[in-house]
Design a protein around this ligand. Structure first.
Ligand code: GAL
Length: 661
């Protein structure tokens, strides 16, 4: 099952959002039908937070109200993305199964009154979740309105309870085989942590001082696998009654409790939620970052933006307004990168509840509002893009992304508290975005041969297989940039002996790092080519590589900072510090030039985003987004699918979708 099933059913791209009719009454439902028609909504996500209504007491279901809404939506021509409500168990569940509530590292057991209060490792929760998923599928599995199944909502909760501990031990036995192997892997000879029985092994609960790094990373891996197992159970309970595609919406960009590559393989259609944390151009760059990740988790296949905000951005405790036109620009930013539509949280702004100030397609002010007018215009635009369904994006550059490396960067006791995962990952993507280059993300163990340029900005942990794969990539003709502290540890969190990083990558890079030399907070250093750097430095020796820049001052004066090694048919660059923005952009420009990667649509000025979607039969569309305050001429006049008219320029802040010849 694929995205194609959904777009065929809709006759084009998806447009709509989370719909919570249970918060309203018949008058509003009537208006909803009318406004959805006006806005050209064709998909509504229903039931995400409806557990308390669907199962008012254990084992007793009330589906009548939902029957009514599904029939009404169907009559109004709106297809349904039906959710299982398991992200928010009702109060009766908590009281009947207190052991299924999550426990924090400090030992506090959480309770109901918010949402996401469940432990995926608790048998009572798993049973209840399977049961309601199965009951919904049995009732609605072939309902004519049903287009997509939406399991749960953003699996995010971590738990440290006894159920989690028991399941963790089972997982550890399978991974390590024996207690001896576990002791060896976690280095328990240090600090007297040696385990003599499995029962002694606990989740990472609060401790006096730093936790064991191997335990921390293994717990995150385990939790992701346990969550994926919980997802699979619901998916399979649904598949027993229904042939519609099944998904669970992933949360981007900042939360990292799941291995999203693994989730990408288990869903029929990758769906993501995206909420940028800054307005303006930062939000546009963040949109590209999220969308390129979503497409990559989908293995390059079309995917779907399940949620975004309409007219606001949550930024550091404030609900800031988006600029006029951002609703279209952000939505097209996703569609350009392979999203099969644009959906929102939520259709109608709630009058009460914890998210009553969150934006919606129909705001508190009602349809006579800027937001609803922009939403309606977007619905019109999306309807005009039906022919893009099924096409995707072909990137020539990739950024390496691995949850193991992220989790490894989260452990305590690394050489610098400024070593961070998400920041460098975003920065590597951003430097390509600024250069007009569309990038994929790839796992270090993926086949990378289709990419001419690969950036590895934040791989503190690199598996032996990953190191060998990167070496193969360079040997085969690729251009690789590896950044500081890469491959510091292997998959067991063990440091490499004899110099960093792992031997196969060291050979490809033609260098050997002898010592890490983190910098002080705010310390700036200068390299021989004039670039400035912060955060980190390294004492390294070249072993075959040429030195492109050295450190200028201090203990490292004269020693290599940036190197390049021609290896096999390719070249491997190593950057042992964190360059400032200008230095990093200059380095990216050099790498792009050497690897022959450039914008897909050359000739556009900075600040104009252009991405091409390719269909299997050779058709192509350029999606253009002008982030500049002035009009920009198009390379050549063309028909714009957004307006149906011929366009010769992009208005300030304007967008276009052009059929390519
Ligand atoms: C999402 C979530 C929605 C809603 C939204 C508000 O992460 O899935 O239910 O809470 O955030 O930003």
């Amino acid at each position: 099952m694929t995205a194609r099933q959904l777009t065929d059913r809709l006759g084009g791209l998806a447009f709509g959002g989370d719909y919570n009719p249970e918060q309203w009454g018949p008058e509003v439902w009537k208006e909803d039908d009318e406004l959805m028609r006006l806005a050209r909504v064709n998909l509504a996500t229903v039931g995400v937070f409806s557990w308390a209504l669907l199962e008012p007491e254990e084992g007793r279901y009330d589906f009548d109200w939902l029957d009514g809404h599904l029939d009404r939506l169907h009559a109004a021509g709106v297809a349904v993305d039906l959710a299982t409500p398991t992200a928010s168990p009702p109060p009766w569940f908590t009281l009947a199964h207190p052991d299924a509530m999550p426990v924090t590292p400090e030992g506090t057991r959480l309770t109901h009154g918010s949402r996401d209060t469940y432990c995926v490792a608790a048998p009572a929760y798993r049973r209840a979740a399977r049961r309601i998923a199965g009951a919904l599928a049995e009732r609605y599995g072939d309902h004519p309105a049903l287009a997509l199944w939406h399991v749960h909502n953003e699996y995010v909760t971590l738990c440290h309870c006894d159920h989690a501990a028991a399941a963790f031990r089972v997982w550890l036995r399978a991974r390590h085989g024996s207690l001896d192997a576990l002791n060896e892997a976690w280095g328990t000879a240090f600090w007297s942590q040696h385990y003599t029985s499995w029962e002694q092994v606990l989740p990472p609960r609060a401790t006096q001082w730093h936790q064991n790094p191997g335990l921390l990373v293994d717990f995150r891996r385990f939790w992701s696998d346990e969550t994926l197992a919980a997802y699979r159970e619901q998916r399979d309970a649904i598949r027993a009654h229904s042939d519609r595609p099944v998904t669970t919406n992933l949360m981007l960009p900042g939360y990292q409790n799941l291995d999203l590559w693994a989730f990408g393989r288990e869903v029929d259609l990758v769906t993501v939620n995206h909420y940028p944390s800054e307005p303006g151009v930062a939000a546009a760059a963040d949109t590209a970052f999220a969308a390129d990740r979503a497409r990559s988790f989908a293995g390059g296949a079309p995917w779907l933006l399940m949620e975004q905000g309409t007219n606001t951005v949550y930024a550091k405790g404030r609900v800031l307004a988006k600029e006029p036109g951002d609703i279209l620009r952000h939505s097209l930013g996703h569609v350009a990168r392979g999203s099969e539509g644009a959906l929102f949280f939520q259709w109608r702004q709630s009058r009460a509840g914890a998210e009553q100030w969150h934006s919606a397609m129909v705001p508190h002010a009602g349809p006579d509002s800027r937001t609803f007018r922009e939403v309606t215009a977007l619905g019109e635009a999306v309807a005009g893009l039906a022919e893009l369904a099924g096409s995707t994006v072909l990137a020539r550059a990739a950024v390496l992304h691995d949850s193991d490396a992220w989790w490894a960067t989260d452990v305590q006791g690394l050489p610098s508290s400024e070593l961070d995962y998400l920041g460098p990952l975003q920065r590597a993507h951003r430097v390509l975005w600024d250069a007009g280059v569309t990038a994929d993300f790839a796992h270090p163990e993926h086949d990378l041969s289709r990419y001419r340029l690969v950036l590895a900005p934040a791989l503190v942990l690199l598996s032996d297989a990953g190191a060998a794969n990167l070496r193969r990539y360079v040997e085969g003709g690729g251009t690789l940039l590896v950044q500081h502290a890469a491959g510091a540890v292997d998959e067991r969190m063990h440091s490499h002996l004899g110099g960093y990083p792992a031997a196969p990558l060291r050979e490809a890079l033609g260098i050997r790092v002898e010592e890490y030399r983190p910098l002080r907070e705010h310390e700036q250093i200068v390299l021989s080519d004039g670039t400035r750097a912060t955060v980190w430095s390294e004492s390294l020796r070249t072993e075959g590589a040429e030195t492109l820049a050295t450190y200028l001052h201090g203990m490292l004066a004269g020693s290599p900072a940036l190197t390049r090694h021609r290896f096999g048919a390719g070249q491997a660059w190593y950057l042992s510090t964190r360059l400032d923005d200008t230095g990093y952009a200059d380095l990216a420009a050099r790498l792009l030039a050497e690897s022959g990667v450039g914008p897909e649509l050359p000739g556009l000025p900075d600040g104009v985003e252009a991405v091409t979607r390719h269909a299997a039969d050779g058709r192509r569309w350029h999606v253009l987004i002008n982030h500049r305050a002035e009009a920009v001429p198009l390379p050549e006049p063309a028909n714009d699918l957004l307006t149906g008219a011929r366009a010769s320029e992009l208005a300030p802040g304007g967008c276009a979708v052009l059929r390519a010849h």
